[in-house]
Write a protein of this length. Structure first.
Length: 266
């Protein structure tokens, strides 16, 4: 299988031993066929001015692709932090030639970070969830130069009253709108296994969301561990295969040069 969501030391929230080479070596030990590095590019992130040195990142990836040739497929990607006002800034990165995969993700709502719960100050969980989906809809309507949407229900991690405050039936219409927009624009969604690793009851997204995406005509599914250290690469992948088959998915996708490649789920 392929892990399409990995972070190295180029991401400020990764561990010091998560060098690109150590991530590749571990992927081989775990029997993966290929990986894609998707280090963070989060422009205008609250209280942070550091942005990925893309040229250095790209050069090291090119070297790794050659070094691990015939042992591991290594793809060049990025996790682009989506905010409604960042069209031009994000396009400057996403339009770089030679990229294989652009994962679009929300880490900031209303210019307040999700991590740590800043965006929930003074509001209820319900209001925060609605604000999250409102920003998400604005982002995907204003910027579409990405290939798949990462951890669509990541908001479950950060609620004041825990993930049980996120009741699928209450937000199904909002979710359906987002999924429909993604499908119409030819974008996929990610199964991100870190949800369980962070103590949630399921991967991202909920099984109901995966089922709804398929019912609405969605076909593009990527799989990623969201690993920030080598030991988490490929986390839960056997379970993901079982889950997707149980929902009648026949394929998942990897991306080469921004084009979806469908791989049969065995």
């Amino acid at each position: 299988m392929y892990d399409l969501h990995l972070h190295s030391t180029y991401s400020t929230d990764s561990y010091t031993w998560a060098t690109m080479k150590s991530m590749c070596d571990t992927a081989i030990l775990k029997g993966l066929k290929g990986i894609c590095f998707t280090d963070h590019i989060d422009i205008d992130y609250p209280d942070c001015t550091e942005v990925l040195d893309f040229e250095k990142y790209s050069r090291e990836l090119d070297q790794l692709i050659c070094e691990f040739d015939k042992r591991l497929e290594v793809y060049k990607g990025m996790e682009l932090g989506l905010q409604p006002h960042l069209f031009e800034e994000n396009m400057a990165f996403s339009s770089n030639p030679g990229m294989d995969f652009i994962l679009g993700s929300i880490h900031v709502v209303g210019k307040k970070e999700l991590y740590g719960g800043d965006f929930l100050q003074g509001i209820t969980d319900a209001a925060g969830i609605l604000a999250y989906f409102d920003d998400l809809k604005k982002c995907i309507s204003s910027f579409n130069d990405f290939d798949a949407l990462g951890h669509i229900d990541v908001i479950r991690r950060y609620l004041s009253n825990g993930e049980t405050a996120f009741q699928y039936n209450l937000y199904k219409d909002c979710i359906a709108e987002v999924l429909s927009d993604l499908i119409q624009s030819g974008k996929g969604i990610e199964v991100n296994t870190s949800g369980k690793r962070y103590g949630l009851s399921s991967f991202h997204p909920l099984t109901e969301i995966l089922s709804l995406y398929k019912d609405l005509g969605g076909e593009i599914i990527t799989i990623g561990s969201d690993a920030h250290r080598p030991e988490d690469i490929g986390y839960g992948f056997d379970e993901v295969s079982y889950l997707l088959k149980s929902l009648n998915y026949k394929y998942y996708c990897i991306f080469r040069k921004r084009k979806a490649v469908f791989i049969s789920i065995e």
